[in-house]
Design a protein around this ligand. Structure first.
Ligand SMILES: [Zn+2]
Length: 463
Protein backbone atom coordinates (compact mmCIF):
# COMPACT_ATOMS: atom_id res chain seq x y z
CA UNK A 1 0.00 0.00 0.00
CA UNK A 2 1.10 3.53 -0.73
CA UNK A 3 -0.26 6.60 1.05
CA UNK A 4 0.86 10.12 0.20
CA UNK A 5 -0.16 13.51 1.52
CA UNK A 6 0.39 16.79 -0.29
CA UNK A 7 -0.46 20.30 0.85
CA UNK A 8 -1.88 22.79 -1.66
CA UNK A 9 -3.12 25.55 0.63
CA UNK A 10 -3.25 26.85 4.18
CA UNK A 11 0.41 25.80 4.39
CA UNK A 12 1.99 28.43 6.67
CA UNK A 13 -1.07 30.43 5.79
CA UNK A 14 -4.66 30.57 7.05
CA UNK A 15 -6.71 30.49 3.86
CA UNK A 16 -7.13 28.25 0.81
CA UNK A 17 -7.19 24.93 2.73
CA UNK A 18 -6.56 22.04 0.29
CA UNK A 19 -4.90 18.82 1.47
CA UNK A 20 -4.63 15.97 -1.03
CA UNK A 21 -4.32 12.39 0.17
CA UNK A 22 -3.48 9.63 -2.29
CA UNK A 23 -4.22 6.05 -1.25
CA UNK A 24 -3.05 3.47 -3.79
CA UNK A 25 -3.63 5.89 -6.64
CA UNK A 26 -7.04 7.10 -5.43
CA UNK A 27 -7.07 10.81 -4.62
CA UNK A 28 -9.04 12.26 -1.72
CA UNK A 29 -9.14 16.01 -1.22
CA UNK A 30 -9.66 17.38 2.29
CA UNK A 31 -11.32 20.82 1.91
CA UNK A 32 -11.10 23.05 -1.15
CA UNK A 33 -10.93 26.60 0.15
CA UNK A 34 -10.66 29.94 -1.54
CA UNK A 35 -7.48 31.94 -0.99
CA UNK A 36 -8.39 35.21 0.70
CA UNK A 37 -6.24 38.28 1.19
CA UNK A 38 -4.82 41.12 -0.91
CA UNK A 39 -6.81 41.25 -4.13
CA UNK A 40 -4.05 40.65 -6.68
CA UNK A 41 -2.63 37.66 -4.82
CA UNK A 42 -6.04 36.12 -4.14
CA UNK A 43 -7.28 36.59 -7.70
CA UNK A 44 -4.24 34.94 -9.20
CA UNK A 45 -4.37 32.06 -6.72
CA UNK A 46 -8.07 31.35 -7.23
CA UNK A 47 -8.26 31.54 -10.99
CA UNK A 48 -6.76 28.06 -11.38
CA UNK A 49 -6.66 25.04 -9.12
CA UNK A 50 -3.18 23.76 -8.28
CA UNK A 51 -4.11 20.22 -9.44
CA UNK A 52 -6.28 18.59 -12.09
CA UNK A 53 -9.84 18.54 -10.73
CA UNK A 54 -10.71 15.51 -12.88
CA UNK A 55 -7.96 13.46 -11.23
CA UNK A 56 -9.60 13.74 -7.79
CA UNK A 57 -11.83 10.82 -6.74
CA UNK A 58 -13.55 12.21 -3.63
CA UNK A 59 -13.76 15.36 -1.51
CA UNK A 60 -14.30 15.50 2.25
CA UNK A 61 -15.34 18.94 3.52
CA UNK A 62 -14.81 19.97 7.16
CA UNK A 63 -17.11 23.02 7.25
CA UNK A 64 -18.82 25.71 5.19
CA UNK A 65 -16.49 28.68 5.68
CA UNK A 66 -15.32 30.00 2.29
CA UNK A 67 -11.63 29.53 3.08
CA UNK A 68 -12.44 25.79 3.28
CA UNK A 69 -15.24 25.41 0.70
CA UNK A 70 -14.90 28.38 -1.65
CA UNK A 71 -13.03 26.68 -4.51
CA UNK A 72 -15.35 23.67 -4.74
CA UNK A 73 -17.47 25.21 -7.53
CA UNK A 74 -14.23 25.69 -9.47
CA UNK A 75 -13.62 21.93 -9.13
CA UNK A 76 -17.04 21.26 -10.66
CA UNK A 77 -16.42 23.78 -13.46
CA UNK A 78 -13.12 22.00 -14.20
CA UNK A 79 -14.83 18.64 -14.56
CA UNK A 80 -14.86 17.09 -11.07
CA UNK A 81 -17.68 14.53 -11.00
CA UNK A 82 -17.17 12.77 -7.64
CA UNK A 83 -18.96 13.21 -4.33
CA UNK A 84 -18.39 15.92 -1.72
CA UNK A 85 -18.86 14.43 1.76
CA UNK A 86 -20.01 16.79 4.52
CA UNK A 87 -22.60 17.22 7.27
CA UNK A 88 -26.13 18.43 6.45
CA UNK A 89 -25.74 21.89 8.07
CA UNK A 90 -22.47 22.33 6.16
CA UNK A 91 -24.30 21.70 2.89
CA UNK A 92 -27.07 24.19 3.76
CA UNK A 93 -24.64 26.89 4.90
CA UNK A 94 -22.34 26.27 1.91
CA UNK A 95 -25.28 26.81 -0.42
CA UNK A 96 -25.75 30.43 0.74
CA UNK A 97 -22.07 31.19 1.33
CA UNK A 98 -20.98 29.90 -2.10
CA UNK A 99 -23.76 31.83 -3.86
CA UNK A 100 -22.58 34.95 -2.04
CA UNK A 101 -18.97 34.19 -2.99
CA UNK A 102 -19.91 33.78 -6.69
CA UNK A 103 -21.69 37.13 -6.54
CA UNK A 104 -18.75 38.89 -4.85
CA UNK A 105 -16.26 37.51 -7.34
CA UNK A 106 -18.40 38.60 -10.30
CA UNK A 107 -18.61 42.10 -8.81
CA UNK A 108 -14.89 42.16 -8.21
CA UNK A 109 -14.17 41.21 -11.80
CA UNK A 110 -16.47 43.95 -13.11
CA UNK A 111 -14.54 46.45 -11.01
CA UNK A 112 -11.16 45.18 -12.24
CA UNK A 113 -12.36 45.31 -15.86
CA UNK A 114 -13.51 48.87 -15.40
CA UNK A 115 -10.09 49.78 -14.06
CA UNK A 116 -8.49 47.98 -17.02
CA UNK A 117 -6.56 45.64 -14.74
CA UNK A 118 -7.83 42.41 -16.34
CA UNK A 119 -8.73 41.33 -19.89
CA UNK A 120 -12.20 42.29 -21.01
CA UNK A 121 -13.10 38.66 -21.70
CA UNK A 122 -11.83 37.39 -18.33
CA UNK A 123 -14.35 35.17 -16.53
CA UNK A 124 -14.93 34.79 -12.78
CA UNK A 125 -13.63 31.50 -11.28
CA UNK A 126 -17.22 30.19 -11.14
CA UNK A 127 -20.85 31.19 -11.36
CA UNK A 128 -24.19 30.23 -9.84
CA UNK A 129 -24.55 27.19 -12.07
CA UNK A 130 -21.28 25.78 -10.74
CA UNK A 131 -22.51 26.48 -7.20
CA UNK A 132 -25.71 24.52 -7.95
CA UNK A 133 -23.69 21.57 -9.27
CA UNK A 134 -21.51 21.68 -6.13
CA UNK A 135 -24.48 21.48 -3.81
CA UNK A 136 -25.96 18.59 -5.81
CA UNK A 137 -22.66 16.69 -5.46
CA UNK A 138 -22.80 16.92 -1.66
CA UNK A 139 -23.50 13.74 0.31
CA UNK A 140 -24.48 14.38 3.92
CA UNK A 141 -23.42 12.25 6.88
CA UNK A 142 -24.08 12.51 10.61
CA UNK A 143 -21.34 12.74 13.20
CA UNK A 144 -20.04 9.34 14.26
CA UNK A 145 -21.36 7.30 11.33
CA UNK A 146 -18.83 5.88 8.90
CA UNK A 147 -19.19 6.43 5.15
CA UNK A 148 -17.34 5.13 2.06
CA UNK A 149 -14.96 7.67 0.55
CA UNK A 150 -13.08 5.53 -2.01
CA UNK A 151 -12.67 1.73 -2.00
CA UNK A 152 -10.77 0.80 1.16
CA UNK A 153 -11.18 4.20 2.82
CA UNK A 154 -14.04 5.14 5.15
CA UNK A 155 -14.65 8.56 6.63
CA UNK A 156 -16.09 9.63 9.99
CA UNK A 157 -17.05 13.09 11.25
CA UNK A 158 -16.60 14.41 14.80
CA UNK A 159 -18.08 17.62 16.23
CA UNK A 160 -15.58 20.50 15.86
CA UNK A 161 -17.59 23.17 17.73
CA UNK A 162 -16.41 25.91 15.35
CA UNK A 163 -19.56 26.80 13.38
CA UNK A 164 -22.79 24.88 12.92
CA UNK A 165 -22.06 21.63 11.08
CA UNK A 166 -18.28 21.94 11.46
CA UNK A 167 -16.50 18.62 11.65
CA UNK A 168 -13.18 17.03 12.39
CA UNK A 169 -12.51 14.13 10.06
CA UNK A 170 -10.98 10.71 10.60
CA UNK A 171 -10.18 8.61 7.52
CA UNK A 172 -9.94 4.88 8.20
CA UNK A 173 -7.73 3.19 5.61
CA UNK A 174 -7.91 -0.59 5.58
CA UNK A 175 -4.33 -1.82 5.43
CA UNK A 176 -2.98 -5.31 4.89
CA UNK A 177 -2.34 -5.93 8.59
CA UNK A 178 -4.23 -3.18 10.30
CA UNK A 179 -6.21 -0.02 9.77
CA UNK A 180 -4.38 3.27 9.28
CA UNK A 181 -6.17 6.32 10.67
CA UNK A 182 -5.62 9.87 9.53
CA UNK A 183 -7.17 12.70 11.59
CA UNK A 184 -7.90 16.23 10.38
CA UNK A 185 -9.07 18.89 12.85
CA UNK A 186 -10.56 21.25 10.25
CA UNK A 187 -11.08 24.43 12.29
CA UNK A 188 -11.19 23.56 15.98
CA UNK A 189 -13.64 25.50 18.14
CA UNK A 190 -13.83 26.22 21.86
CA UNK A 191 -15.82 24.82 24.73
CA UNK A 192 -18.80 26.83 25.89
CA UNK A 193 -19.55 28.64 22.60
CA UNK A 194 -23.23 29.65 22.58
CA UNK A 195 -25.58 27.41 20.55
CA UNK A 196 -22.85 24.93 19.53
CA UNK A 197 -21.91 21.68 21.21
CA UNK A 198 -18.37 21.45 22.59
CA UNK A 199 -15.69 19.96 20.31
CA UNK A 200 -15.54 16.14 20.51
CA UNK A 201 -12.38 14.21 21.34
CA UNK A 202 -10.69 12.62 18.35
CA UNK A 203 -9.99 8.87 18.66
CA UNK A 204 -6.35 7.67 18.41
CA UNK A 205 -4.83 8.33 14.97
CA UNK A 206 -1.60 7.40 13.17
CA UNK A 207 -1.28 10.73 11.38
CA UNK A 208 -2.72 14.09 12.26
CA UNK A 209 -3.37 17.28 10.30
CA UNK A 210 -4.10 20.11 12.72
CA UNK A 211 -4.96 23.76 12.43
CA UNK A 212 -2.81 26.33 14.26
CA UNK A 213 -4.60 29.67 13.81
CA UNK A 214 -3.75 30.70 17.40
CA UNK A 215 -0.70 28.44 17.66
CA UNK A 216 1.28 31.16 19.48
CA UNK A 217 -1.49 32.99 21.30
CA UNK A 218 -3.80 32.63 24.26
CA UNK A 219 -7.22 34.22 24.16
CA UNK A 220 -7.69 37.00 26.65
CA UNK A 221 -9.72 35.66 29.52
CA UNK A 222 -13.04 35.75 27.81
CA UNK A 223 -15.46 38.14 29.35
CA UNK A 224 -18.77 36.53 29.95
CA UNK A 225 -20.53 37.61 26.75
CA UNK A 226 -23.85 37.89 28.54
CA UNK A 227 -22.57 40.21 31.30
CA UNK A 228 -20.50 42.34 28.95
CA UNK A 229 -23.30 42.78 26.44
CA UNK A 230 -25.74 43.59 29.24
CA UNK A 231 -23.50 46.42 30.46
CA UNK A 232 -23.07 47.89 26.97
CA UNK A 233 -26.80 47.81 26.21
CA UNK A 234 -27.77 49.39 29.55
CA UNK A 235 -25.15 52.16 29.10
CA UNK A 236 -26.51 52.84 25.64
CA UNK A 237 -30.08 53.14 26.91
CA UNK A 238 -28.81 55.60 29.53
CA UNK A 239 -26.97 57.64 26.87
CA UNK A 240 -30.01 57.70 24.59
CA UNK A 241 -28.20 56.53 21.45
CA UNK A 242 -28.11 53.47 19.26
CA UNK A 243 -25.75 50.53 19.22
CA UNK A 244 -24.07 49.39 15.99
CA UNK A 245 -22.60 45.91 16.00
CA UNK A 246 -20.57 44.76 12.99
CA UNK A 247 -20.77 40.96 12.90
CA UNK A 248 -20.01 38.07 10.59
CA UNK A 249 -23.13 36.53 9.07
CA UNK A 250 -22.53 32.98 10.25
CA UNK A 251 -21.89 32.45 13.93
CA UNK A 252 -21.39 35.81 15.59
CA UNK A 253 -24.73 37.27 14.43
CA UNK A 254 -26.65 34.31 15.88
CA UNK A 255 -24.59 34.39 19.11
CA UNK A 256 -25.57 38.02 19.59
CA UNK A 257 -29.26 37.36 18.97
CA UNK A 258 -29.18 34.37 21.30
CA UNK A 259 -27.51 36.38 24.07
CA UNK A 260 -29.78 39.41 23.64
CA UNK A 261 -32.77 37.04 23.79
CA UNK A 262 -31.49 35.51 27.04
CA UNK A 263 -30.89 38.94 28.59
CA UNK A 264 -34.38 40.10 27.63
CA UNK A 265 -36.06 36.91 28.85
CA UNK A 266 -34.22 37.20 32.18
CA UNK A 267 -35.38 40.82 32.55
CA UNK A 268 -31.79 42.10 32.64
CA UNK A 269 -32.40 44.49 29.74
CA UNK A 270 -35.68 46.01 28.62
CA UNK A 271 -37.05 44.82 25.29
CA UNK A 272 -35.07 46.50 22.51
CA UNK A 273 -35.68 47.04 18.84
CA UNK A 274 -33.04 44.89 17.15
CA UNK A 275 -32.41 44.97 13.42
CA UNK A 276 -30.38 42.33 11.62
CA UNK A 277 -29.49 44.28 8.52
CA UNK A 278 -27.77 41.91 6.11
CA UNK A 279 -29.45 39.58 3.59
CA UNK A 280 -26.72 36.96 4.11
CA UNK A 281 -27.06 37.10 7.91
CA UNK A 282 -30.81 36.68 7.53
CA UNK A 283 -30.39 33.60 5.34
CA UNK A 284 -27.71 32.17 7.63
CA UNK A 285 -29.93 32.62 10.70
CA UNK A 286 -32.76 30.75 8.95
CA UNK A 287 -30.43 27.88 8.02
CA UNK A 288 -29.04 27.66 11.55
CA UNK A 289 -32.54 27.81 13.09
CA UNK A 290 -33.59 24.91 10.84
CA UNK A 291 -30.91 22.66 12.39
CA UNK A 292 -32.03 22.64 15.99
CA UNK A 293 -30.97 18.97 16.23
CA UNK A 294 -27.39 20.30 16.26
CA UNK A 295 -27.81 22.70 19.18
CA UNK A 296 -26.23 22.27 22.60
CA UNK A 297 -28.32 21.40 25.68
CA UNK A 298 -28.75 25.03 26.81
CA UNK A 299 -30.20 26.09 23.46
CA UNK A 300 -32.47 23.05 23.29
CA UNK A 301 -33.76 23.88 26.78
CA UNK A 302 -34.73 27.35 25.53
CA UNK A 303 -36.63 25.79 22.63
CA UNK A 304 -38.32 23.37 25.04
CA UNK A 305 -39.58 26.36 27.02
CA UNK A 306 -41.28 27.55 23.83
CA UNK A 307 -38.90 30.46 23.31
CA UNK A 308 -37.17 31.07 19.98
CA UNK A 309 -33.46 31.95 20.44
CA UNK A 310 -33.26 34.04 17.23
CA UNK A 311 -36.72 35.14 16.13
CA UNK A 312 -38.19 36.84 19.21
CA UNK A 313 -40.26 39.95 19.77
CA UNK A 314 -38.40 43.11 18.82
CA UNK A 315 -36.09 41.45 16.27
CA UNK A 316 -36.51 42.46 12.67
CA UNK A 317 -34.59 41.00 9.72
CA UNK A 318 -34.07 43.73 7.16
CA UNK A 319 -34.00 42.60 3.55
CA UNK A 320 -34.32 45.37 1.01
CA UNK A 321 -32.18 48.44 0.60
CA UNK A 322 -35.12 50.80 1.15
CA UNK A 323 -35.76 49.44 4.61
CA UNK A 324 -32.06 49.48 5.38
CA UNK A 325 -31.93 53.16 4.43
CA UNK A 326 -34.96 53.88 6.60
CA UNK A 327 -32.84 52.81 9.59
CA UNK A 328 -30.95 56.08 9.17
CA UNK A 329 -33.79 57.61 11.16
CA UNK A 330 -33.52 55.10 14.02
CA UNK A 331 -31.92 56.88 16.99
CA UNK A 332 -32.08 54.04 19.47
CA UNK A 333 -32.07 50.24 19.42
CA UNK A 334 -29.46 47.80 18.14
CA UNK A 335 -28.33 47.31 14.55
CA UNK A 336 -26.40 44.10 13.82
CA UNK A 337 -24.95 44.23 10.34
CA UNK A 338 -22.13 42.92 8.11
CA UNK A 339 -19.30 43.00 7.22
CA UNK A 340 -17.66 41.94 10.45
CA UNK A 341 -14.52 44.08 10.05
CA UNK A 342 -16.45 47.04 8.60
CA UNK A 343 -14.64 46.84 5.27
CA UNK A 344 -17.82 46.76 3.19
CA UNK A 345 -21.55 46.21 3.44
CA UNK A 346 -24.49 48.02 4.97
CA UNK A 347 -22.76 48.59 8.32
CA UNK A 348 -20.79 51.39 6.64
CA UNK A 349 -23.95 53.34 5.82
CA UNK A 350 -25.10 53.10 9.42
CA UNK A 351 -21.65 54.05 10.70
CA UNK A 352 -21.65 57.15 8.51
CA UNK A 353 -24.69 58.39 10.43
CA UNK A 354 -23.52 57.34 13.89
CA UNK A 355 -19.87 58.29 13.76
CA UNK A 356 -20.48 61.97 14.55
CA UNK A 357 -23.00 61.33 17.34
CA UNK A 358 -21.48 61.04 20.86
CA UNK A 359 -24.60 59.26 22.13
CA UNK A 360 -24.18 56.37 19.66
CA UNK A 361 -21.84 53.42 20.15
CA UNK A 362 -20.00 50.96 17.92
CA UNK A 363 -19.47 47.61 19.60
CA UNK A 364 -16.65 45.41 18.25
CA UNK A 365 -17.21 41.73 19.01
CA UNK A 366 -14.91 40.06 16.52
CA UNK A 367 -11.32 39.93 15.36
CA UNK A 368 -10.38 43.08 13.41
CA UNK A 369 -7.50 42.50 11.01
CA UNK A 370 -4.69 44.99 10.59
CA UNK A 371 -5.60 47.85 8.27
CA UNK A 372 -9.38 47.42 8.45
CA UNK A 373 -11.74 50.20 9.43
CA UNK A 374 -12.87 48.12 12.40
CA UNK A 375 -9.26 47.95 13.65
CA UNK A 376 -8.82 51.71 13.28
CA UNK A 377 -11.90 52.30 15.41
CA UNK A 378 -10.88 49.95 18.22
CA UNK A 379 -7.37 51.44 18.18
CA UNK A 380 -8.90 54.85 18.83
CA UNK A 381 -8.10 56.71 15.60
CA UNK A 382 -9.42 60.27 15.80
CA UNK A 383 -10.35 60.36 12.14
CA UNK A 384 -11.40 57.50 9.85
CA UNK A 385 -12.36 57.30 6.17
CA UNK A 386 -15.85 56.09 5.21
CA UNK A 387 -16.61 55.85 1.47
CA UNK A 388 -13.56 58.01 0.77
CA UNK A 389 -14.62 60.82 3.11
CA UNK A 390 -12.80 61.68 6.31
CA UNK A 391 -14.87 61.67 9.50
CA UNK A 392 -14.03 62.70 13.03
CA UNK A 393 -14.86 59.83 15.40
CA UNK A 394 -17.27 61.24 17.97
CA UNK A 395 -19.28 58.12 18.80
CA UNK A 396 -18.18 55.70 21.49
CA UNK A 397 -16.29 52.56 20.52
CA UNK A 398 -16.41 49.57 22.84
CA UNK A 399 -15.08 46.08 22.55
CA UNK A 400 -15.97 42.70 24.00
CA UNK A 401 -12.78 40.66 23.95
CA UNK A 402 -11.97 37.02 23.99
CA UNK A 403 -14.73 35.85 21.67
CA UNK A 404 -13.30 33.51 19.08
CA UNK A 405 -14.45 30.55 17.02
CA UNK A 406 -10.95 28.99 17.20
CA UNK A 407 -9.26 27.33 20.16
CA UNK A 408 -6.10 29.04 21.42
CA UNK A 409 -2.86 27.05 21.68
CA UNK A 410 -3.46 25.80 25.20
CA UNK A 411 -6.99 24.63 24.42
CA UNK A 412 -5.81 22.96 21.23
CA UNK A 413 -2.90 21.22 22.97
CA UNK A 414 -5.19 19.91 25.69
CA UNK A 415 -7.52 18.51 23.00
CA UNK A 416 -4.71 16.91 20.96
CA UNK A 417 -2.33 15.74 23.68
CA UNK A 418 -4.05 12.33 24.10
CA UNK A 419 -3.20 11.59 20.45
CA UNK A 420 0.57 11.88 20.97
CA UNK A 421 1.29 8.22 21.91
CA UNK A 422 -0.01 6.77 18.62
CA UNK A 423 0.65 9.64 16.22
CA UNK A 424 3.63 8.96 13.93
CA UNK A 425 3.63 12.33 12.21
CA UNK A 426 1.65 15.51 12.90
CA UNK A 427 1.25 18.13 10.18
CA UNK A 428 0.56 21.68 11.27
CA UNK A 429 -1.48 23.78 8.83
CA UNK A 430 -3.91 26.72 8.86
CA UNK A 431 -1.67 29.15 10.69
CA UNK A 432 0.64 31.98 9.64
CA UNK A 433 4.31 30.99 9.68
CA UNK A 434 5.09 32.11 13.25
CA UNK A 435 2.07 30.52 14.99
CA UNK A 436 2.44 27.36 12.88
CA UNK A 437 6.11 26.89 13.82
CA UNK A 438 5.47 27.77 17.45
CA UNK A 439 2.65 25.24 17.58
CA UNK A 440 5.01 22.57 16.20
CA UNK A 441 7.20 23.15 19.27
CA UNK A 442 4.23 22.89 21.59
CA UNK A 443 3.22 19.55 20.06
CA UNK A 444 6.79 18.27 20.49
CA UNK A 445 6.68 19.45 24.12
CA UNK A 446 3.73 17.15 24.85
CA UNK A 447 5.26 14.12 23.20
CA UNK A 448 4.46 14.22 19.48
CA UNK A 449 7.51 12.62 17.91
CA UNK A 450 7.56 13.92 14.39
CA UNK A 451 5.99 17.30 13.66
CA UNK A 452 6.10 19.36 10.45
CA UNK A 453 4.61 22.63 9.27
CA UNK A 454 4.52 21.86 5.54
CA UNK A 455 5.10 24.51 2.90
CA UNK A 456 2.96 24.93 -0.21
CA UNK A 457 3.05 21.82 -2.47
CA UNK A 458 5.20 19.83 -0.04
CA UNK A 459 4.58 16.11 -0.34
CA UNK A 460 5.02 13.32 2.22
CA UNK A 461 5.02 9.58 1.85
CA UNK A 462 3.18 8.18 4.86
CA UNK A 463 3.11 4.47 4.09
ZN1 LIG B 1 -13.64 28.21 9.74
Amino acid sequence: MRVELQFFGAARHVTGSKHLLTVDGKRILLDCGLVQGPRAMANAANRELPFDAKSVDAVVLSHAHIDHSGSLPRMLRDGYRGAIHCTAPTRDLAEILLADSAHLQAQDLLYLKKKGRVDRDAEPPYDNEDVGATIRAMRCHSYGSRFDVVPGVRGEFFEAGHILGSAMVVLHISGREREIRIGFTGDHGRKGTPILRDPARLPPVDYLITESTYGDRLHESSEELEDALCRVVLDEIRDGGRLLVPAFSVGRTQNLLYTLGNLTAAGRIPRQRIWVDSPLSTKATKVIASHREQFDDETRAILDQGRDPFFFEGVRFVQDVQESMSLNGARDGIIISAAGMMEAGRILHHLKHSITRPEDCVLAVGFMAEGTLGRKLVEGFEHVPIFGERYRVRCKVRQIRGLSAHADWRELISALRPLAPTCKHAFVVHGEETPALKFCDRLRDVGFEQVTAPVQRQKFELV
